[in-house]
Design a protein around this ligand. Structure first.
Ligand code: SIN
Length: 549
């Protein structure tokens, strides 16, 4: 199958001889928990440059509410956390990756505490919350429901104070550069400094996910999947791109952004009720409100359809509300801002895209198949999450695999003492003669299409329709030479929309977060089989592969 999506190796026309060239040992792309940990660790060995497309705080990490899952007490056990993760992952987890993250996680959290992160405690004891799929309370939280902010701010403080580590904000990475099959850095664009080339001995991609593909999402505006798309253009394999996790409860108020209402709220005893106040989750699953996220999301959709309602509700009025306000200060504030009185009223909620489980294939040491390129965090498919991510495992993954990527890249860069010899890379693209575009319209139309057709419930004919529409849009978007971030983001989003729809079409079964109305059962023959998409010259390879390694 050939398409404009596959024939573009680079999004821009460039000639490195005509651009400013900068040099670093390790280039880190992205400033969430994984990128920050990678940069801090790599800087112990080598010079590091961290680039991020917005302000350093604008990551999904910063928005995380619930917390970090980790075994920090003797009452819990590593084996239980491993088994909970494997069970929720529905036959697609890589046990070695799971064991590595869960074993190394507590040490990384102690390091974070040593850096100054303040997790919530009673007296000296860390407080642990409960979320769906966990057999024990093991969710550390900070500032009640602002765990991500505390984790991100702590790491940003450390990064800013680290020698050998420079941070470059508002710098959009357009493409990875590869020479003879080796990643050598990236081309970037900065509002003030324009186009630049960063040459690096080792590059770490930690650019996060692509929740912005969906009209309804908890993700930050920055989550347009640029790293995934640029890795695809560079020929790296992407795995399980059909596996987008939906969060069941985001605040649903027309016009307001879809703010997350943490699963920890249900962990503290909140109920999901319908317009008449009927609690419905016990009819769907023995774990009721703490059933896996895909089950809860589908139940909400079903109730909405049956009752012709635009949302369902979270009821918390039966809880101790003073305790609730202390535990969830941000959510309480947010409800107040929208005039929702939590003592008398219910919180309107519905599901939204939350976390991209699939991503760039990496091994247990965070190496991608492209030499010189490592990756960590949401941009990857590391094997930790399988077909459904256990709540609060993602910050943990970022901490552990971020540090591993940083150490590996830092050591490798330090061991390579040869001076930089930038190759004379150029890329020519004939400018398109076609008309101007309304980029905002394309973006909105795409997000609605993906929400409708590649959302919580998929079916073959809708996925085929999506591919046709995206291919049509691609004919007049992918041929353009843009000179700003908005244009490159649309090209990246379209690329990923196609890869997600294609992967969803290829997986003819339901498993974890991927639900096919036309194939509602899990196919045992697909246990441990992954959908891999890869650009190969001018075309795409799509296959269902058994896990390697
Ligand atoms: C939440 O607070 O519900 C989100 C936690 C997560 O996605 O792991």
């Amino acid at each position: 199958m050939t398409d404009l999506y596959d024939s573009r190796r680079y999004l821009t026309r460039f000639d490195v001889q005509r651009l400013p060239n900068l040099f670093t040992d390790v280039l880190v792309i992205g400033s969430g928990v994984a990128g920050l940990c990678a940069a801090i660790e790599a800087a112990k060995y080598a010079n590091v440059l961290l680039v991020t497309k917005g302000r350093i705080e604008a990551s999904n990490t910063h928005r995380a509410q619930g917390g970090i899952a980790a075994v920090m007490t003797d009452e819990d056990s590593i084996d239980h956390h491993v088994e909970d993760t494997m069970k929720v992952g529905c036959g697609l987890c890589d046990r070695a990756a799971v064991e590595r993250v869960i074993r190394e996680g507590p040490g990384r959290i102690r390091e974070l505490i040593d850096y100054g992160a303040l997790f919530d405690r009673r007296e000296k004891k860390l407080l642990m919350g409960l979320e769906a799929g966990h057999s024990a309370p093991r969710i550390l939280h900070a500032l009640g429901d602002e765990t991500g902010r505390e984790v991100a701010n702590t790491l940003i403080r450390v990064a800013r104070g680290t020698n050998q580590l420079r941070i470059f904000e508002d710098c959009f990475t357009i493409d990875l550069i590869d020479i003879e099959g080796r990643c050598c850095g990236a081309t970037t664009y900065h509002r003030h400094f324009g186009h630049q080339v960063f040459w690096a001995r080792q590059t770490i991609l930690a650019s996060g996910g692509c929740g912005q593909l969906y009209r309804e999402t908890t993700n930050s505006e920055t989550a347009t999947g640029d790293g995934l798309a640029m890795a695809y253009r560079a020929g790296a394999p992407l795995r399980d791109m059909e596996m987008m996790q939906f969060h069941p409860t985001t605040l649903y108020i027309a016009g307001a952004s879809r703010a997350l209402i943490s699963e920890a709220v249900r962990g503290e005893g909140a109920w999901l009720v319908d317009t008449k106040g009927r609690r419905f989750m016990p009819e769907y699953h023995p774990d009721a409100e703490l059933a896996p996220r895909d089950v809860v999301s589908r139940a909400i959709l079903r109730e909405m359809a049956v009752q012709d309602a635009t949302c369902m509700y979270l009821q918390i009025s039966h809880l101790n509300l003073d305790k609730f306000r202390k535990r969830f200060p941000m959510i309480s504030r947010m409800c107040e801002e929208f005039d929702i009185n939590i003592e008398t009223q219910r919180i309107p909620v519905r599901p939204a895209a939350h976390y991209m489980i699939g991503g760039l294939l990496v091994d247990h040491d965070t190496y991608t198949p492209l030499p010189g390129l490592l990756a960590c965090g949401e941009v990857t498919s590391s094997g930790l999450h399988g077909a459904n991510r256990l709540a609060s495992n993602s910050l943990l993954e970022g901490l552990v695999f971020g540090a591993i990527a940083g150490e590996n890249a830092g050591r490798a860069a330090a061991a390579n003492g040869t001076p930089f010899q930038p190759d004379m890379v150029r890329n020519e693209i004939a400018p398109s003669a076609r008309t101007m575009l309304d980029l905002a319209d394309v973006r909105n139309s795409l997000r609605s299409l993906i929400w409708r057709n590649v959302g919580i419930q998929r079916q073959g004919d809708r996925l085929n329709e999506t591919l046709e529409i995206v291919s049509f849009w691609g004919q007049y978007v992918m041929d353009k030479l843009f000179d700003d971030q908005a244009g490159w983001e649309i090209q990246n989003m379209l690329t990923l929309a196609r890869l997600s729809a294609l992967s969803a079409l290829t997986r003819r079964e339901s498993r974890g977060v991927h639900y096919r109305v036309d194939y509602p059962e899990t196919d045992p023959a697909m246990n441990d089989r992954h959908i891999v998409v890869q650009r190969n010259g001018q075309s795409i390879i799509v296959q269902a592969e058994p896990r390697s390694g």
